[in-house]
Design a protein around this ligand. Structure first.
Ligand SMILES: [Zn+2]
Length: 194
């Protein structure tokens, strides 16, 4: 069973959320970039309102991108950042698992927030989720990719586990296959922040 719609939204600097995606096509690759990017290689995020287990989930998602080589891009935890990582009601159980909202102007991202739907049947451990659970680490890795400016992959790498791309638009319930970045994911970050 696949759960579609790990959505993201693009917002303006005024905070009005705009529906839709506006990807820039990158035909030679599976990945897609949103368009706007940070004008720095070090971006902070604030996870301090989360429980300790969810803070670990956030740290995991951030570190997957920080660890990409050779890109110097780094997510850094800072409790004073307004790039808030939270749990919140989105649309009840099912449907959307999490939402990343990106604010930008003139091609530069100024803020990114991530909300994990509080109604889902999450697995927050680092081992194996149950067959009907949603692996929070996999979704976190996906959403932090959006926070860096990466869109959904459009490649055939979205068809199979275990090498399913992290930035595929849908999640396979009960799986961990999107926890680890694949070459397509790393290529996207390396292209944005060489
Ligand atoms: Zn997504």
């Amino acid at each position: 069973m696949k759960r579609a719609l790990i959505r993201f939204a693009l917002g303006t600097v005024l905070g009005a959320v705009i529906a839709g995606m506006g990807f820039r096509a990158a035909p030679a690759f599976g990945y897609n970039l949103m368009g706007p990017k940070w004008n720095t290689n070090t971006v902070q995020y604030d996870k301090h309102t989360l429980s300790s287990s969810w803070q670990s989930v956030a740290s995991f998602g951030a570190s997957q991108w920080t660890n990409v080589s050779p890109s110097p891009f780094t997510w850094v935890s800072n409790n004073n950042s307004n790039n808030d990582i939270t749990r919140a009601a989105i649309d009840g159980g099912g449907g959307t698992l999490a939402v990343t909202t990106v604010w930008y102007s003139g091609g530069t991202i100024s803020r990114a927030t991530i909300k994990f739907d509080s109604a889902e049947n999450w697995y927050v451990g680092s081992s194996t989720p149950g067959s009907s659970q949603i692996d929070a680490r996999a979704v976190s890795a996906h959403e932090f990719g959006h926070g860096a400016g990466i869109g959904h992959s459009s490649s055939g790498g979205c068809s199979s586990c275990p090498n399913r791309y992290t930035m595929c638009a849908s999640y396979v319930v009960g799986s961990t296959c999107q926890r680890s970045l694949e070459a397509d994911d790393r290529n996207a970050l390396n292209a944005l922040y060489p």
